[in-house]
Design a protein around this ligand. Structure first.
Ligand code: HEC
Ligand SMILES: [Cu+2]
Length: 486
């Protein structure tokens, strides 16, 4: 390894002296700090090649291992990957995944960090690790052109969970393209053991096309500057932790999620639907909170959340800035298997009728069909136009912009065999709602669609719009057809 000739050494020496003098002043009045073992003096034993993992997995805990010289090699790879079904994006990555490899170290380790930039890359890159005490967090020391590698070393002085990211100009663009990950520096003796650990990171993406627009999508700098994200996702893409990527645990187990936020812009209101965090290590630091519903994770920050799963079912990870979850992708699943525990949760009750007195001042409930206005017959083009408006206002929140649905939660309307097989059934579903187990394109859904409060005419319009889009069979649904279905 070649050490570079440091022109600024004198300046650094001056800053260092001032820092030492400052520390002298502080230690005299801050006993707690003075009594703590100075991490700088922790001895290292031997050399270890770091185990690195792609999300959602994390390397083995450090446990009680002594500090060591930890060798880390990471590679920058620029590559096209899927952002959503039918949508691709040119990601810039650390080690080929978004987020990049998870690094697990302990306080006192001497890290020898080598960054390689693959020869096929178009651009130079570097890395700023928030776990570093030193200029740029290593950014300057690791600036590598395509086909280059560089090394620097640092000692981990502060335990915590830290973000790393590329800091090459334009920094925002490098982060927006997926260049971030987490490095965990465990305290002496390690974190308390749990049954399962996972690695999740939120990120916001800015594409030329709207959310869900198919094909290759280029980065949109203007939207990024205006902070108008098209995608807000976990682990790099829509469905990053749903379907085959979902997380798993068994009833009674304790789960720890190392949760980071790469940004570049948005802060995360991280929440798990159906679970309470028993413990949150705030901002990745030493402050511990208990019994938390939602924890705020800044861009370029992290938190560790821990909880015991008590009953089986699907826990849903979301950014509780909730349109991001249902309309931009920030939704993931932790599937919990095991025995029911009706003491903790019991949902085996039938629905019963509820017929209260009408509320004074509310619109009277009419008997039978509401009076129809004289029906003007729309042209097909007008019908499609109107259908699109109804779709965007009523259906899109669940079935998504291009009818792609959300895996495991909302079935697709695009190329839906269920939809195309039976128009009467489809009309009935929209008019009266749909619940219970159904199979759509080979996947089972067992959920509830509430009845949609639409006129018969709008049911016809929206279904015509759906049938004539996204690879469906083109059926035109008329108001008469809707009227005929009860
Ligand atoms: C609140 C969320 C929600 C909204 C809003 C919603 N749906 Fe659904 N929809 C669902 C769910 C959930 C199912 C599956 C129900 C089940 O599992 O039995 C479903 C099923 C369907 C199905 C049958 C399955 C398939 O994929 O073909 C159709 C057709 C459908 N919806 C059309 C619509 C239309 C048209 C609208 C707008 C007028 C709409 N839905 C609005 C949640 C919703
Ligand atoms: Cu970069």
């Amino acid at each position: 390894m070649n050490k570079k000739n440091n022109k600024n050494r004198r300046w650094y020496a001056a800053v260092f002296l001032m820092t030492v003098m400052g520390m002298g002043l502080f230690t005299s009045c801050d006993k707690a700090v003075a009594e703590k073992k100075d991490p700088e003096t922790i001895k290292v034993y031997g050399e270890t090649i770091a185990e690195l993992t792609a999300p959602p997995m994390v390397p083995r805990p450090v446990g009680d291992r002594a500090a060591t010289k930890l060798k880390i090699e990471m590679e920058v790879i620029e590559k096209e990957m899927e952002m959503a079904d039918g949508v691709t994006y040119n990601y810039w990555t650390f080690d080929g995944s978004v987020p990049g490899s998870f690094i697990r170290a302990r306080v006192g380790d001497e890290i020898e960090f080598t960054l390689k930039n693959h020869p096929d890359s178009k651009l130079p890159h570097n890395i700023d690790l928030h776990a570093v005490n030193g200029p740029g967090g290593g950014a300057e020391a690791t600036f590598v052109a395509p086909g280059q590698q560089r090394t620097f070393t640092f000692k981990t002085l502060n335990p915590g969970l830290y973000v790393y990211h590329c800091a090459t100009a334009p920094v925002g663009m490098h982060i927006a393209n997926g260049m971030y990950g987490l490095i965990l520096v465990e305290p002496e003796g390690g974190l308390p053991p749990v049954d399962r650990e996972y690695y999740v990171m939120q990120g916001d993406f800015y594409t030329e096309g709207e959310y869900g627009e198919r094909g290759f999508q280029a980065f949109d700098m203007n939207k990024a500057i205006k902070e108008q994200a098209d995608y807000v996702v976990f682990n790099g893409k829509v469905g990053g932790i749903t379907g085959e990527n979902e997380l798993y645990a068994e009833v009674g187990e304790t789960v720890r999620i190392f949760m980071g936020n790469g940004g570049p812009n948005l802060v995360s209101s991280f929440h798990i639907i159906g679970e309470i965090f028993d413990t949150v290590r705030l901002e990745g630091g030493d402050l511990v909170n208990h019994n938390v519903q939602t924890t705020l994770i800044p861009a370029g920050g992290a938190a560790t959340v821990e909880f015991k799963v008590d009953v089986p079912g699907e826990l849903v990870l979301v950014d509780h800035s909730i349109f991001r979850a249902f309309n931009k992708g920030a939704l993931g699943i932790l599937n919990v298997h095991g025995k029911e525990n009706t003491k903790v949760f019991d949902d085996n009750f039938e629905a019963e009728p509820y017929n209260p007195e009408p509320i004074l001042g509310s619109a009277p409930i009419e008997d039978g069909e509401p009076e129809e206005k004289a029906v003007e017959v729309l042209s097909l083009a007008d019908k499609m136009e109107r259908g699109k408006t109804v779709y965007n206002q009523t259906c899109m929140a669940c079935h998504q912009t291009t009818g792609q649905g959300i895996a495991g939660v909302f079935p697709p309307l695009a190329e839906s065999d269920y939809l195309n097989a039976d128009v009467t059934r489809a009309i009935k579903s929209v008019k009266h709602g749909l619940s219970g187990e159904i199979e759509v394109n080979g996947n089972i859904y067992n959920s509830v669609m509430p009845p949609q409060a639409l006129s018969d005419e709008d049911v016809a319009n929206v279904l015509t719009y759906v049938y004539k889009n996204w690879g469906n069979n083109g059926t035109e649904v008329t108001t008469e057809m809707v009227k005929a279905v009860n």
